[in-house]
Each structure stands twice: as C-alpha cells, then as structure tokens.
Design a protein around this ligand. Structure first.
Ligand code: SF4
Length: 210
C-alpha cells in the first residue's frame, strides 16, 4: 500500500515539475515524510517482535532504552525494590512488564517478581495495577498475570518467611538441582552447588534437594 502511494506521488511529481516550484517542494516534503514514517513503523514493529512489548502504547520505561530509560523503585516502607523490564500505560493504569527470554513456562518466581512490581507501582504511582505482563521465551509469548488478593497473600507469606530468616537468624534451606545450579550466577561461591559437591557432601550439609 505504501509502495503504491509512494509511486503515485512520484508520478505526480514528474507531471508537476514544470508547473509550480512551491508545489514541487511540497510534494518532495510529502515523499520524505512518507519515507520517515515508513522507517519508524518498520523499526517499531521490529522492536515489538524482538521484545514482545507493544511500542504503540504509551511507554514509561524500557530496560536498555535511551528514549525511555528504565525506572527503578525502592520502598523503605515495604522493604522492597525493583526495576521492571518495561512499564506501560494501559487503560489508564501503570502496568509492569517482565521479560524472560529463556523461559519455557510460567514459574512462581516470575509471578512473584511481577507482584512485587505491582506493589511498588501502587505505592509510587498511586494506583493499584490490576495486572502485569510476563513475556516468555524467544517467541515473546505474552501472559497477563492478574494482581489478585489471593496472589498478594501468597507473596506476603514468602516475604514474611524471608524477613524471618533475615531478622531472627533462621537458616535458609538450599535447594540445589543439577539444572538450576548449572545456570546459577552464584554457583562458584555457593557451598551447596551441585557443580562442586558430591552426594556425600550434600548429605553431610543436610541440604533439601529440589
Ligand atoms: S548454586 Fe547454590 S544458590 Fe545456586 S541454585 Fe545451586 S544451591 Fe541454589
């Protein structure tokens, strides 16, 4: 369609070239505008297929973007902090997006992370987000996660457990797993890691295995 419009404008330009210089200038500018719009649209659709984030909706932040830099939240009241991969405005709500490019399925920890962002957004943006999005895998599967009371209670339980570990010196239980430990960032320094412990050592450490 755009090609046809461009061709029609070029043809018109050829016919009018000897008629009016101002008109020719106008047509040239129109052609340039079409080319720019075309390039921008192409770039946006490429970005969308790469990130799974709809670039046509108002966007507050995108991780790694120069135009709309990432936005971090730090709540001393809640003892929570987080930086969503992107934040958009949808239906009048500020909505967090978390991208997991290697994920094949929804994991509890992804949902928990998104729920934390929703809490932070509620505190700092003044309105409770009714949902957030997870963008999963290389094909950018978009999953809407609703911010329900039940899910927030589940999150609160986990936060309470973590705070009890921190405040009361309760020991955390390691849950090593060959696949998890292989990809884990702290594997080199973790004494429970599957990568450098034997079954005997893990038994001696009384590790709960996942
Ligand atoms: S290396 Fe340690 S922290 Fe990482 S997954 Fe394994 S047990 Fe957990």
């Amino acid at each position: 369609m755009r090609e046809e419009i461009r061709h029609a404008i070029e043809t018109l330009l050829i016919h009018l070239v000897s008629v009016d210089t101002d008109l020719v200038l106008f047509v040239v500018l129109t052609i340039m505008a079409v080319i720019v719009i075309d390039a921008v649209t192409h770039f946006m659709s490429k970005q969308e297929s790469r990130t799974g984030i709809d670039t046509s909706v108002p966007t507050i932040s995108v991780d790694g973007s120069k135009a709309v830099a990432e936005k971090s939240y730090l709540s001393e009241i809640q003892g929570l902090a987080g930086t969503p991969d992107a934040i958009i405005v949808e239906n009048g709500f500020v909505i967090p997006i978390e991208r997991k490019p290697l994920a094949k399925k929804i994991r509890d920890r992804y949902v928990a992370q998104l729920l934390v962002y929703m809490r932070l957004i509620e505190e700092f943006e003044g309105k409770r987000p009714p949902y957030g999005y997870l963008i999963l895998g290389p094909n950018c599967r978009k999953v809407k996660i609703y911010n329900t009371r039940k899910r927030q209670q589940w999150l609160q339980q986990m936060i309470d457990e973590m705070q009890a570990i921190l405040q009361n010196g309760h020991s955390a239980k390691a849950t090593p797993h060959p696949k998890k430990c292989k990809k884990c960032n702290v594997s080199d320094s973790c004494k429970y890691s599957y990568n450098h412990t034997t079954l005997k050592e893990r038994n001696a450490l009384k590790i709960v295995e996942a």
